[in-house]
Design a protein around this ligand. Structure first.
Ligand code: ADP
Ligand code: MG
Length: 614
């Protein structure tokens, strides 16, 4: 009765394949979701080596090979059945899940939307516990099973000679769901998602070796290491770890290990924040909130610390079964976790003495004194460009670019004092407090200015103007700066080199992951170029969703301006302060930074009188 649909009814049981596709949508969003699920399975299978190869950002092929426990023929077939899992047997098991997977849904969901080949062979000695008594290599391999599926349908099962472990190939993801295929982004964006996922898994499991390659090119190679910090170095590079503070705490059976930034070494992006609970990467706004609370005022608006946090606790203290992609977990005692993290971060930050924060000879130490004595402070360079030098549209390469300090006089004298007579007299700088806020009397009003926000806005406006008129002052670096980026990032950067050149950042690639910066817009003279480039990369990935070219432009320029601007906690010389104040006055409508934060507060005489009840 159930098999036959009646003609009168409108409701029919959906074919299994369709059900699978609908459910798959929840978990399998893009190639990176496949990579995540497959790596998780490999980890759960006790692998010590996991290799991921992808083609076309994962659209054409995702191949994951591991040396884990493998599967016997029966399991190889069961694995693709919905709700088939070896990891959970009873509802009690759900309370203390030790594995990354537990729903038995990933493989069927992936298979429903792709073409799958899996070759697997159990490790000798692993269950089922009846290895052939005198098994030699060849016989071992004959135990392997190969399974082919298409759109969730089993096409073929056969014996295959394959080494112990599991190889799984996912081809043409979404070939049968064109709507979802349409949502995939560029190769480099999908690749960036994949590499972030691999990085997360690698950070959580330093004892496992990981490799990622794209179109045969090795993008990441992380051999197994004993220490988590060594893995962090492998993933982010050695210089990255120089300014990290390590936290290690245990409280009420919750263990925390963390690496966080020392306050001045924060980033302008959130992309260095990863949280792991029992080795599972999770997103947890409330944990991040606890961290930001602990940083308190040492963290400036728009600045984000590096936060790599690893929590370990007993299974019953949390629920991992709350989110389709298992990206979220729930803690039974949220308050405890919150307090523990906040305390731990706070103590960690307090531990670093001021001397450690500003070691003699560090950029922060010399920066201040250099500034005072610098003949031409970096801030002023833009305005004080020598009019004698040549004007060069940044998109043109020419031998003239070999000379340092090329600038566009046009911009420099566009806003000379003579255009706005008397501005200088209207400005009386009174001082700088906490090396962050400028206090000034301006036309008889009391102004408090956030130096970073204000400078950011000034640079932003000038840069946009420079782009409109194709006149961006360029500075050829005397010593070209070399950047090392993770290969996936370096590849994205290569796609954007044309754009970068059009805004005055001239980059050459040098090998797979090494890039050389040859010239920059003059106003970026003080920027940390590595941070800037990483910030831009971040934006690009986000911006692919922004349809308006103008919005994209503005957002990228805001990032450039942010990196070029003076920072908080930076001592400024009197001429620098004065120049900044005048620049602000020239932009009367500018009351916020490009990100919308106020750049100044002002009090009229009348307001002061009211405050003091005069
Ligand atoms: P889950 O991981 O939630 O159990 P999956 O659909 O991801 O569900 O996998 C189903 C089952 O297939 C797993 O429980 C496991 O027994 C087996 N399996 C999947 N991938 C591997 C692998 N790489 N090595 C060994 N066994 C695997
Ligand atoms: Mg799984």
């Amino acid at each position: 009765m159930a098999e036959k649909t009646t003609l009168s009814g409108k409701i029919a049981i959906l074919p299994v394949a369709l059900v699978n596709q609908i459910a798959a949508g929840e978990v399998i969003e893009r190639p990176a979701s496949v990579v995540k699920e497959l790596i998780e399975n490999s980890i759960d299978a006790g692998s010590t080596r996991i290799e991921v190869d992808v083609k076309a950002g994962g659209r054409l092929l995702i191949r994951v090979q591991d040396d884990g426990e493998g599967m016997c023929r029966e399991d190889a077939l069961l694995a693709f059945q919905r709700h088939a899992t070896s990891k959970v047997r009873t509802d009690q098991d759900l309370l203390s899940i030790q594995t990354l997977g537990f729903r038995g849904e990933a493989l069927p969901s992936i298979a429903a939307v792709s073409k799958v080949r899996m070759a697997t062979s159990p490790q000798a000695g692993s269950p089922p516990p009846h290895p052939p008594p005198e098994a030699d290599q060849a016989e071992d391999q004959a135990e392997g099973t190969e399974v082919l599926l298409e759109g969730g349908h089993l096409l073929k099962v056969r014996e295959a000679g394959t080494p112990p472990g599991t190889l799984i190939e996912i081809r043409e993801i979404f070939y049968n769901t064109p709507a979802r295929l349409k949502f995939l982004r560029s190769v480099s964006t999908e690749l960036a998602h994949i590499s972030r996922l691999l990085h997360q898994q690698a950070l959580a499991h330093p004892q496992i070796s990981f490799r990622l390659s794209h179109e045969g090119k090795l993008l990441a190679d992380f051999p197994s290491v004993p220490e988590r910090m060594q893995r962090i170095q492998q993933v982010y590079g050695r210089p990255f770890t120089e300014h990290l503070v390590v936290l290690e705490d245990e409280w009420a059976k919750v263990k925390i290990w963390g690496a966080i930034s020392r306050p001045p070494y924060t980033k302008s992006t959130r992309s260095y924040q990863e949280i792991f609970v029992n080795r599972r990467a999770v997103s947890s706004p409330f944990i991040l909130h606890a961290v930001y609370e602990a940083y308190d005022i040492s963290l400036l608006k728009g600045q984000h610390p590096v936060v790599l946090l690893f929590l370990e606790m007993d299974g019953p203290m949390l629920d991992v079964n709350v989110h389709p992609t298992k990206r979220e977990v729930r803690f039974h005692d949220q308050r405890l976790i919150y307090d523990l993290i906040k305390e731990s971060v706070k103590t960690g930050l307090e531990r670093i003495s001021r001397a450690e924060l500003y070691p003699p000879g560090s950029r922060w130490d010399t920066g201040k004194t250099d500034h005072v004595h610098e003949a031409e402070p970096a801030y002023l360079k833009w305005d004080h460009a020598s009019p004698a030098t040549e004007v060069q549209p940044p998109s043109m390469r020419s031998p003239a670019f070999q000379e340092p300090g090329l600038v566009a006089p046009h911009l420099a004298d566009r806003k000379t004092e003579s255009d706005l007579p008397g501005l200088s007299e209207q400005v009386l700088p009174l001082g700088q407090i906490h090396n962050t806020y400028i206090i000034a009397s301006i036309r008889g009003e009391l102004w408090i200015i956030d130096q970073h926000a204000a400078h950011e806005r000034v640079l932003y406006e000038r840069f946009l103007e420079g782009i409109r008129s194709s006149q961006i002052p360029i500075q050829r670096l005397l010593i070209p700066q070399t950047l090392e980026l993770p290969i996936a990032q370096a590849m994205i950067l290569k796609e954007w080199m044309g754009y970068l050149e059009s805004v005055g950042i001239e980059i050459e690639s040098f090998g797979h992951k090494t890039l050389i910066i040859r010239s920059i817009p003059t106003f970026l003279a003080r920027a940390d170029l590595q941070g800037l480039i990483l910030g831009l990369l971040e934006d690009w990935i986000d911006l692919e969703k922004t349809p308006s070219a103008q919005d994209r432009q503005n957002s990228l320029v805001a990032t450039l301006a942010c990196h070029g601007a003076v920072k908080a906690n930076e001592a400024l010389t009197s001429p620098e302060i004065k120049a900044l104040l005048i620049d602000i006055l020239k932009l009367p409508e500018a009351v916020t930074c490009p990100h919308g934060r106020p750049l100044r507060m002002k009090f009229t005489l009348r307001e002061l009188e009211v405050m003091f009840r005069r």
